[in-house]
Design a protein around this ligand. Structure first.
Ligand code: ADP
Length: 425
């Protein structure tokens, strides 16, 4: 813009000078005016030379700038290409019409399809997926919204040579730009090996817990018989050591039976016995059972009755009682002497909400979701009870989820926790 204005000014200056020179210098025959005109022309010639030189310098500068920019773009493109190829996850880039723009070598390693077979093709024609016949591997793009710009799902995919493999598929879409729908990105990860390792671990846990349960139960039974004097009176010292052994064996039996019930629940070997009950009919007897434990720690345990009548819901009474017992037991265990534990339940639109609130040690920030994973224990809990297994809440989660319900916790470290269970109506 500035350059154009300068050129227009130049033209006007030149025109003015030529007209003035013609009139004063040559047409007026005045020697002084002629000399002045010659000086003006020389001055202007100098000015013009300077301007030309400056313009040349500017255009050389611009050329260098463009060259630097294009070198930078090329460098960034090469770097991006290197990242794409280095990734162990398969990467598919699609254009706005879902044609394959680019894939990396990992896609070929996972699916068997080469670049020449897929680039330029509609993704649904090449990457077929049993669950989503019409869209193929682009199924998740339909679930993307401005509020939820990525989506993840695990599906079974058939490779080029017909092998079924488990894939974790992640979808993302580049932001819309000047009214155009942006390109989409699909990341795929082969989960077959991870699933095989998980299943091996489950088989191992299931097998060892089965094998350990019977001999441990026999040892526990025999120690009890010795302590009961069934084979003669024990000395005080013998009694002491046998008691220690019995406690340790009981802990082992408890751990092994928790592991057993996990593998049975996960393998769905345990079928749930659903009956229709009102949850408030179940809670008072559970509280009564736990009362000796809370009384021992001078903890005030209360049941807050629902203010409105609860709907009857379909649950496996034994399993839900096991979950509630575990939560109340934890509340008592992780609350210092003299604290409070309150159990409450209330109806909601689509479920019945049960809550167990304590004034205990609480859960450190950022750890609340981890509690429901296998073997997870917070450091502050280990200080209170070093013998916990970290399996109770995991079992509770599996049982609640098999009821299509939800379990979660809200907590402040040092102040207390509330564990919630929502069971569908
Ligand atoms: P365990 O009590 O045997 O460790 P759980 O699976 O029942 O196993 O609990 C897992 C962890 O969750 C506990 O170790 C503790 O860190 C935390 N936790 C559970 N209940 C509470 C509670 N009421 N207050 C504070 N922390 C709790």
């Amino acid at each position: 813009m500035l350059k154009k204005t300068n050129n227009v000014i130049d033209i006007f200056v030149w025109l003015g000078v030529v007209v003035a020179a013609a009139y004063f210098g040559f047409l007026s025959y005045d020697p002084f005016a002629s000399r002045m005109t010659v000086i003006a022309l020389i001055w202007l010639a100098g000015y013009w030379t300077l301007r030309t030189h400056q313009a040349m310098k500017e255009s050389a500068g611009e050329r260098i700038e463009i060259e630097t920019e294009s070198r930078e773009i090329k460098f960034q493109k090469e770097r991006l290409e290197a990242f794409l190829e280095l990734s162990h996850d398969g990467i598919i880039i699609l254009d706005k019409d879902n044609n394959v723009l680019r894939i990396n070598d990992s896609i070929t390693a996972i699916t068997g399809y080469t670049k020449s077979e897929v680039i330029g093709q509609q993704i649904s024609n090449v990457f077929k997926c049993e669950k989503y016949q019409e869209t193929g591997l682009s199924f998740g793009l339909a679930f993307l919204t401005d509020q939820k710009p990525d989506y993840y799902e695990e599906v079974t995919f058939t490779t080029k040579d017909g092998r079924p493999i488990d894939l974790g598929v992640h979808f993302g879409r580049a932001k819309k730009h000047e009214g155009h729908r942006g390109a989409s990105l699909i990341l795929i990860r082969d989960l077959t090996k991870i699933h095989a390792a998980e299943s091996l671990e489950h088989d191992f846990v299931s097998m060892t817990s089965h094998q350990l349960f019977t001999p441990l139960s026999i040892i526990r039974g025999h120690i009890s018989m010795l302590l009961d004097g069934d084979v003669g009176k024990m000395s005080e010292k013998q009694n002491y050591f046998l008691n220690q052994s019995l406690q340790a064996t009981k802990r082992m039996v408890h751990l092994v039976s928790e592991l057993l019930s996990i593998s049975r629940l996960e393998e769905r070997k345990i079928t749930l016995n659903f009956t229709t009950i009102k949850i408030n009919e179940l809670i008072p007897s559970l509280i009564d059972e736990m009362m000796p434990l809370s009384a021992h720690k001078k903890i005030k345990m209360t049941y807050k009755k629902p203010s409105v009548s609860l709907p009857a819901i379909s649950v496996d009474t034994e399993k839900i009682s096991q979950v509630l017992q575990n939560l109340i037991d934890n509340a008592i265990k992780y609350t210092p002497n003299g604290g409070t534990v309150t159990v409450a339940c209330e109806p909601r639109a689509h479920d019945v909400l049960i809550s167990i609130t304590d004034s205990g040690i609480g859960v450190p920030t950022g750890e609340t979701a981890k509690l429901f994973q296998r073997f997870y224990r917070c450091a502050n809990a280990v200080n209170v009870d070093s013998k916990g297994t970290g399996l109770g809440l995991y079992i509770a989660r599996v049982i609640v989820e098999r009821h299509n319900g939800k379990i979660w916790v809200e907590s402040t470290e040092g102040k207390g926790s509330t564990f919630y269970i929502a069971l569908p109506r």
